[in-house]
Design a protein around this ligand. Structure first.
Ligand code: SF4
Length: 334
């Protein structure tokens, strides 16, 4: 490679904000505008450090549990969802709740309730301790067993192998989940499938896009926070798909120039909770290191848009304010 070898960035699309994150973040922003600060939020509204810090500066107060919220105050539940027990705790404290659970997470909750009612054992594939998994499992704790990846399958027991179904967290690796399902089905041949995909469209689309750029990339950079499941999965998928190396960064200042020694192609993507400005900053930094050409590689377009949480819409409408949302900006100019 000479000094003049052109160096490029392959920019994955879709990347960044999904419909559930976009809605949840806007719910906090609108709540701050409409009710005024402070607005309490249980857990990080979405798993992104920059978003949480920006909303904190504007008056949001992030708490771990509802008992940290003053009696009678307003609290927003995060995009990852909460169990019925959390709703009950909030009601017991007289809290005004706004539920920003992503509708695609709610869909999995409803599946869990339905299969539990039909007395199935539910094998929930997901990461132990993740908020979404805690929320879903809390819908039917007596019926749900967590399956923490393929290596956990051996130890799984059910009451009746003829009445067992699998569900999953929305932000897993599609390939790893299918491997877990394969192993579960070997063990329980009557295993039923969920009525539709639990791994959401955004998670799947971001993985397909990174699979496309990874084989051509010496290094793949994933912008996203360490606690963002779908961002961490993108690093794994990039490596499995042929990237020379892959690193996750919260922001451009975490990039290390040495990662790009000898590289001519850098793949770039971001998790579903990452605002585009953080990707722009990475492009600027890479540009300063000689990666001047930016080529977007698009594998899908997304136009899904969710309306604001019901409770917030009602209050905005009652105050004569618009609840209309701008069209989601998936087709951003490069
Ligand atoms: Fe909803 Fe999927 Fe986004 Fe999670 S990643 S908030 S499930 S759209």
């Amino acid at each position: 490679m000479t000094e003049n070898t052109p160096k490029r960035i392959l920019l994955a699309a879709p990347r960044g904000y999904c419909a559930g994150v976009d809605r949840a973040v806007e719910a906090v922003e609108k709540a701050l505008e409409h009710y005024g600060a402070p607005v309490y939020v249980r857990k990080e509204i979405v798993h992104n450090k920059y978003v949480v810090e920006s909303l904190t500066e504007r008056g949001a107060i992030f708490v771990e549990e509802t008992d940290e919220v003053p009696e009678g105050a307003r609290v927003i539940f995060s995009a990852h969802g909460v169990s019925p027990a959390v709703h009950a705790q909030a009601a017991a404290r007289n809290l005004d709740t706004i539920d920003a659970t992503c509708p695609l997470v709610t869909k999995v909750h409803k599946e869990a309730v339905r299969f539990a009612k039909d007395d199935f054992d539910i094998l929930l594939i997901g990461h132990e301790g993740h908020e979404e998994v805690e929320g879903t499992a809390g819908e039917a704790p007596e019926h749900i067993t967590l399956v923490n990846g393929p290596e956990a399958v051996d130890d799984i027991e059910v009451r009746d192998p003829e009445r067992v179904v699998w569900l999953s967290q929305t932000t897993l690796s599609v390939d790893e989940t299918m491997e877990t399902v394969r192993l579960l089905r070997e063990k329980f041949p009557q295993l039923a499938d969920p009525p539709s995909d639990d791994i959401c469209y955004a998670t799947q689309n971001r993985q397909v896009a990174v699979k496309k750029i990874a084989p051509q990339a010496d290094v793949v950079i994933v912008v996203g926070s360490a606690n963002s499941s779908n961002s961490v999965r993108l690093v794994e998928v990039a490596l499995e798909s042929g990237a020379g190396a892959s690193y996750r960064v919260d922001q451009a200042s975490e990039l290390q120039q040495a990662w790009f020694d000898g590289a001519t192609s850098v793949g770039l993507t971001s998790g579903a909770s990452v605002p585009e400005i953080l990707v722009r900053d990475v492009i600027t930094q890479l540009g300063e290191w000689g990666f001047g050409d930016v080529e977007e590689v698009r594998t899908a377009t997304e136009d899904l848009m969710f309306s604001l949480p019901r409770e917030l819409r009602a209050d905005l409408k009652a105050a004569g304010q618009s609840t209309k949302r701008p069209k989601q900006l998936d087709l951003r100019p490069v």
